[in-house]
Design a protein around this ligand. Structure first.
Ligand code: NDP
Length: 311
C-alpha cells in the first residue's frame, strides 16, 4: 500500500463501520482495519433489541455483518489486521500493522472501542452470554421478572443496579469493600431503591450453573463466610478499559485512557486524527451513540480533506 490513503479507519465496531459507510459514500476510499475482534464488543452479545431499524431485534454478530456489508458496498476495503503502532508527528500520519507494514494516511479515524473488565473466573467466562453479561442496558430486558446480581461499586454498577431494579424483583449488588466508589447521587439512588440489596465486603467465588446461570457462590471477605444465592443474571460492572494504548503520547486522553475530543466534534488534539465510539465515550457506550460519533468522524475527516485541498 504505497500511496497515501485519504482516510484510514482503525476499529470495526458500530463507530468504525459507520465512519466507513459515510467516508466511502463521500468518495474517500477508506481502508478499515478490523483489529483483533472484528465487529467489536457487539460480537460477544446475543440479541440486540434497542438498535433502531431492527423491529424484531437481531443478534450482535449478524448486525455487525450488516454493517460490514454496507460499508463494503460503497467501496470500503476491510482488512483483518491489527494496527499496533502509530506516528502522528507529521501532516501525513503513519501507522503500522502488527506484521510491520507501514501505511500512510491524510486522515485517521480512531474507533478502537473499549473492553469490559471481567473478574477472571472460569465460571464467568463459561457462562458468558448464558446469564453473564457486562451490559445491563443491552441484556437486562432478558432478565425481567428474575433475580439478578451486579458486581462493582462504581457509577456503572450503581447505574446498572438501578436500571435492573426497574425490571427485576431483586438486585443483589456485590461490593468488595465497605463503601461505594460511585458518586453521591448514584449512591443515594442505590440506597433509596427498595429492591436493591447491597452485600458489603463481598466477592464472587463462582457463578453457578451449567447451561445457564442458576446462582452464585459469594464470600464475605471479613468473616470468610460463604453463601449461595440463586440468581438468573450476573452482571459484571467493574469498569471498562478503552483500547487506546497505542495512542499514548500522541492523542490527549483522560486519566483512564479515554480519548479527548473537542466538544461537539470528533476532532482530537492532532489535526487530521478523529476519535469516535467507546474509545472516547465512557458515559453512553451504546451501539447507536457509537455509530453517531462514527458518522461525525467521517464528516469531520471529509471537511478536513476539503479544507486542506486534498480532495
Ligand atoms: P470505576 O473504576 O469507577 O469502578 C469500578 C468498581 O468496580 C469499583 O467499585 C471497584 O472496587 C470495583 N471492582 C474493580 N475490580 C473489581 C473486582 N475484581 N472485583 C470486584 N469489584 C471490583 O468504573 P465505572 O465503570 O463504574 O466508572 C468508570 C468511570 O465512568 C468513572 O469515572 C465513572 O464516574 C464514569 N461513569 C459515569 C457515569 C455517568 O456519569 N452517568 C456512568 C458510569 C460511569 P473498588 O472501589 O474497591 O476499587
Amino acid at each position: 500500500m504505497a500511496d497515501t490513503l485519504k482516510c484510514l479507519i482503525i476499529g470495526s465496531g458500530p463507530a468504525g463501520y459507520t465512519a466507513a459507510i459515510y467516508a466511502s459514500r463521500a468518495g474517500l476510499t477508506p481502508v478499515l482495519f478490523t483489529g483483533k475482534e472484528p465487529g467489536g464488543q457487539l460480537t460477544i452479545t446475543t440479541d440486540v433489541e434497542n438498535y433502531p431499524g431492527y423491529p424484531d431485534g437481531i443478534t450482535g454478530p449478524e448486525m455487525m455483518e450488516d454493517f460490514r456489508k454496507q460499508a463494503e458496498r460503497f467501496g470500503t476495503e476491510v482488512r483483518y489486521e491489527l494496527i499496533s503502532k502509530v506516528d502522528f508527528s507529521g501532516d501525513i500520519h503513519t501507522v503500522w500493522t502488527e506484521s510491520g507494514e507501514e501505511i500512510k494516511a491524510n486522515t485517521v479515524i480512531i474507533s478502537t472501542g473499549a473492553s469490559a473488565k471481567w473478574l477472571g473466573l472460569e465460571s464467568e467466562q463459561r457462562l458468558n452470554n448464558k446469564g453473564v453479561s457486562a451490559c445491563a442496558v443491552c441484556d437486562g430486558f432478558f432478565f425481567r421478572g428474575k433475580e439478578v446480581a451486579v458486581v462493582g461499586g462504581g457509577d456503572t454498577a450503581a447505574e446498572e443496579a438501578t436500571y435492573l431494579a426497574k425490571l427485576c424483583p431483586k438486585v443483589h449488588l456485590l461490593v468488595r469493600r465497605d463503601e461505594l466508589r460511585a458518586s453521591k447521587i448514584m449512591q443515594d439512588r442505590v440506597f433509596n431503591t427498595a429492591n436493591i440489596e447491597v452485600h458489603w465486603n463481598t466477592e464472587t467465588v463462582e457463578v453457578l450453573g451449567t447451561e445457564e446461570v442458576e446462582g452464585m457462590k459469594v464470600i464475605n471477605n471479613q468473616t470468610q463466610e460463604i453463601s449461595t444465592i440463586p440468581i438468573k443474571g450476573f452482571f459484571v460492572a467493574i469498569g471498562h478499559k478503552p483500547n487506546t494504548e497505542i495512542f499514548k503520547g500522541w492523542i490527549d486522553m483522560d486519566k483512564t485512557g479515554y480519548l479527548k475530543t473537542v466538544p461537539g466534534t470528533s476532532r482530537t488534539n492532532v489535526a487530521g486524527v478523529f476519535a469516535s465510539g467507546d474509545a472516547q465515550d465512557n458515559v453512553y457506550r451504546q451501539a447507536v451513540t457509537a455509530a453517531g460519533t462514527g458518522c461525525m468522524a467521517a464528516l469531520d475527516a471529509e471537511r478536513y480533506l476539503v479544507e486542506h485541498g486534498i480532495i
